[in-house]
Design a protein around this ligand. Structure first.
Ligand code: SF4
Ligand code: MSK
Length: 620
C-alpha cells in the first residue's frame, strides 16, 4: 500500500501531531535515507576485515570480488549468517537472564519473585531427567536452572528440547549435520566461520545458519518461554485493551517497552502498591496507568491483561501524545531516537539494563536482587513527574480495541478439552484448512499493520487458523481480530470451530520468543499424526519484519520444515546462489523454504496453495 504510513487511525492521528509539531519519527528518517544503499539492500557489501570495506557491483561492470577474492555469493552468505547469529544471540541472552533469575529465586538469593507454575516446573524437570520425587520445589528449581544453563555452553550432545521434535525431523538434521548443540556454541561458531579466511562456501555457511537458528528456536527462545511461565505463570485467556487510546488523560502513564518480563512483571506488581497509588493521587492524578509496548507489552498482556499501547512503530507516537510520565525500557527493539524525542516533552526516558544504555536516558539499574524496590523507584519518579505534564500539549487518540490473548500451549489444550484431537479432527474434516503463524515487526518500508491485518483477514476468510506473536499479534489486537466475535470474518468452517470453542480466529500466543510455543504445537501435531512437521498443512509468515531476531526466527521455522513467506525483502538478492538455496534447494534439504511476497493478498494465496498441497499429500 504505497503512500500511506499506517492503516491504524491512532498512528495516523499521531503522525499528524508529529508533523504539525515539527517532530521527527522513524517514517521521516526512513524517507531521509532514500535512496537506501543498493549494495546493502542486496547484501553485497563486506567489512569483515580492514582490507575492505569491499562491495560487489551487481551489474557486472565493476569489481566482482573483494580484496581477498570473496565473491558476492560468499559475502551475501556471510552477512546472512551474521544476522542469524545476532538474532539468535538476542533471544538466547534473554532466555539466560530468565533462567538465572529462577536460579536466584531457588537459591533464596532473589526475594521479589516466586515460582508461579509449579506444575510446569516439574514437567520441565522431568523433561530434563531431573527427579521430582520427594524434592522441594526449591531444590527442583535449582537443579533445573543449572541443567538449563548448561544448554548454553557446556552441554554434550544436542539440546534437550530436541526430544520434542519428531524423529523424522531429527534424522534430517542429523543427516545434514545441523543438529543444534550448545546455544552459545552455535553463535560463537557463526562468528568464527564468518571471520576473515574461514568458511567461504555459501551452502556451508547457510547450513550453519540453520543450525545456529535452531539453537534459538529449540533452545534460547524455548527456554525463555518455558522459564518465564514457571516464574511468572503460564498464560491463560485474558481480556484487555489495545492501542494508544489506553493511555489516560488523568492517570500517571508509564509505558514499559522492550522484551524481558523480569522488569515488566515487577512494574505490574509495584503499580498496584496502594502507597504509590495514593502518592499519584496526591499529585492530582487519578492513579497509575501502566501500558505495554512491543514484546514486553505482550508478556504482561498475556499474563495480566495489561493494556498494550501499540507495536514497534508506535513507540515514538506514544511519547508524542505528551501524556507519558515515563518510558521504561530494558532490551531490544528500543529506538535510540527516544531520548531526543522524550526531551521535547516532560517524559522521562528510563533505561534499566546494563546491556542497553541510550542517549538522553536516565539510567536506573534494575537487577533481580533489588527488583521490587527499583520498580517502585521508577514509578515514584514517574509520579513526581506528573505535575510537569503540559496538559495543553496532550493529545491521546481515542482508539482502543479489546482483545483476548493468553493462548499458551496449555491454554489451547485446555480450550480443546485436554488433547489435540479436536484440532486434528477439525483439520481432517477441513473445517480448519490449515494453520498459519504470522509473526514479526513493523517496518516503515511497509504501511504499518497493512500486511499483518490483511494477511490475517485473507487467511481466516479461507478457514486458515492464524496464530500470532510479537508485533503482528498487536496489529491484530488493534484490528479487533483477537476477539471471538471476529469469527464472523472467518470462513464457515473456521467460524463454526471458533464459535463452538469460544475462540478468536486469530490466537495471540505471546512475544517473539514465544514462537517456541508454536513450534511445540507443530511438533506435537506431527508426533500425534506420525508424520514430520514438514508434512503438516502449516505455514509461517513475517509480513513486516525488520529485526535480526526475525531472520533467526525465519531460519529456524524453515529448518523445522515450515514454508515461510517474508513480506519485506531480505538482503540476499545479490547472490543467486544464496537466494536459490533459501527459496528452492531448502525445500529438498529441510522441507521448509522461503518465499518473498510483499503483497499480503498474494502472500496469503501462497500459504493457502502450500496448505492445500500438504493436505493433498496427507490424503485429507
Ligand atoms: Fe573485503 Fe574480503 Fe575483507 Fe570482506 S573479508 S572486507 S571482502 S577483503
Ligand atoms: S518486538 S523483534 S519489533 S516483533 Fe519482539 Fe516487535 Fe519485531 Fe521487536
Amino acid at each position: 500500500m504505497k503512500g500511506t504510513s499506517s492503516i491504524d487511525p491512532a498512528s495516523l492521528q499521531m503522525l499528524k501531531v508529529a508533523r504539525d509539531g515539527g517532530l521527527e519519527t522513524a517514517w521521516d528518517r526512513y524517507l531521509a535515507q532514500q535512496p537506501q544503499c543498493g549494495f546493502g539492500e542486496l547484501g553485497l557489501c563486506c567489512r569483515n576485515c580492514n582490507m575492505g570495506p569491499c562491495r560487489i557491483d551487481p551489474f557486472g561492470d565493476g569489481p566482482q570480488k573483494g580484496v581477498c577474492g570473496a565473491t558476492g555469493d560468499i559475502i551475501v552468505a556471510r552477512n546472512l549468517l551474521r544476522m542469524i547469529a545476532a538474532g539468535a544471540a538476542a533471544h538466547s541472552d534473554h532466555g539466560r537472564d530468565i533462567i538465572e533469575t529462577l536460579r536466584g529465586v531457588a537459591a533464596g538469593e532473589i526475594k521479589d519473585y516466586t515460582i508461579k507454575d509449579e506444575n510446569k516446573l516439574k514437567a520441565l524437570a522431568r523433561e530434563f531427567g531431573i527427579s521430582t520425587e520427594g524434592e522441594t520445589v526449591q531444590a527442583i528449581a535449582e537443579k533445573l536452572a543449572e541443567a538449563a544453563l548448561e544448554e548454553f555452553g557446556t552441554r554434550k550432545g544436542y539440546l534437550q528440547a530436541i526430544d520434542r521434535v519428531p524423529s523424522k525431523r531429527k534424522e534430517i538434521w542429523e543427516k545434514l549435520g545441523i543438529m543444534p548443540r550448545g546455544i552459545d556454541r552455535e553463535v560463537v561458531e557463526a562468528m568464527h566461520r564468518t571471520h576473515f579466511g574461514v568458511d567461504n562456501d555459501p551452502a556451508n555457511l547457510i547450513l550453519h545458519g540453520l543450525r545456529c537458528s535452531l539453537s534459538d528456536g529449540w533452545g534460547g527462545s524455548l527456554l525463555a518461554t518455558e522459564f518465564s511461565d514457571v516464574l511468572f505463570g503460564t498464560p491463560r485467556p485474558v481480556r484487555g485493551r489495545s492501542n494508544l487510546g489506553v493511555l489516560s488523560k488523568e492517570a500517571v502513564n508509564i509505558l514499559v517497552h522492550g522484551h524481558e518480563p523480569i522488569l515488566s512483571e515487577m512494574l505490574v506488581a509495584a503499580a498496584k502498591d496502594p502507597g504509590l497509588i495514593s502518592a499519584a493521587r496526591a499529585k492530582g492524578a487519578s492513579g497509575i496507568n501502566l501500558a505495554g509496548m512491543c514484546c514486553t507489552g505482550n508478556e504482561i498482556l498475556m499474563r495480566h491483561g495489561v493494556p498494550v499501547a501499540g507495536n514497534f512503530l508506535q513507540q515514538e507516537l506514544a511519547v508524542i501524545t505528551g501524556a507519558l510520565e515515563a518510558v521504561v525500557v530494558d532490551v531490544q527493539c528500543i529506538m535510540p531516537a527516544l531520548g531526543q524525542l522524550a526531551a521535547c516533552y516532560h517524559t522521562k526516558f528510563i533505561s534499566t539494563s546494563p546491556k542497553a544504555k541510550f542517549p538522553g536516558a536516565i539510567h536506573i539499574p534494575f537487577n533481580e536482587h533489588n527488583a521490587l524496590e527499583t520498580a517502585r523507584e521508577i514509578i515514584r519518579q514517574a509520579i513526581e513527574n506528573y505535575p510537569n505534564r503540559d496538559k495543553n500539549r496532550v493529545f491521546i487518540p481515542e482508539e482502543t480495541t479489546a482483545y483476548v490473548a493468553g493462548f499458551s500451549v496449555e491454554a489451547i489444550l485446555s480450550a480443546l478439552g485436554g488433547t489435540l484431537t479436536p484440532l486434528i479432527e477439525a483439520v481432517k474434516n477441513k473445517k480448519i484448512r490449515g494453520i498459519a503463524a504470522l509473526v514479526g515487526c513493523n517496518n516503515p518500508k511497509v504501511t504499518q499493520d497493512y500486511n499483518h491485518v490483511n494477511m490475517a483477514k485473507a487467511l481466516i476468510a479461507r478457514d486458515v487458523l492464524v496464530v500470532e506473536t510479537g508485533c503482528a499479534a498487536i496489529a491484530s489486537a488493534k484490528a479487533g481480530l483477537l476477539l471471538p466475535e471476529a469469527a464472523e470474518l472467518a470462513g464457515a468452517g473456521l467460524a463454526e470451530v471458533c464459535r463452538a470453542l469460544g475462540l478468536p480466529p486469530v490466537l495471540h500466543m505471546g512475544s517473539c520468543v514465544d514462537i517456541s510455543r508454536i513450534l511445540t504445537v507443530a511438533a506435537a501435531l506431527a508426533r500425534e499424526l506420525g508424520v514430520d512437521i514438514a508434512d503438516l498443512p502449516v505455514a509461517g509468515a513475517a509480513p513486516e519484519w525488520m529485526s535480526e531476531k526475525a531472520v533467526s526466527i525465519g531460519a529456524y521455522v524453515v529448518a523445522s520444515g515450515i514454508f515461510t513467506v517474508l513480506g519485506t525483502v531480505p538482503p540476499v538478492l545479490g547472490s543467486n546462489v544464496v537466494a536459490d538455496l533459501l527459496t528452492r534447494q531448502a525445500k529438498d534439504l529441510v522441507g521448509g523454504y522461503f518465499a518473498v511476497e510483499t503483497d499480503p493478498f498474494k502472500a496469503a494465496e501462497l500459504i493457502i496453495a502450500h496448505i492445500d498441497a500438504k493436505r493433498a499429500a496427507l490424503g485429507i
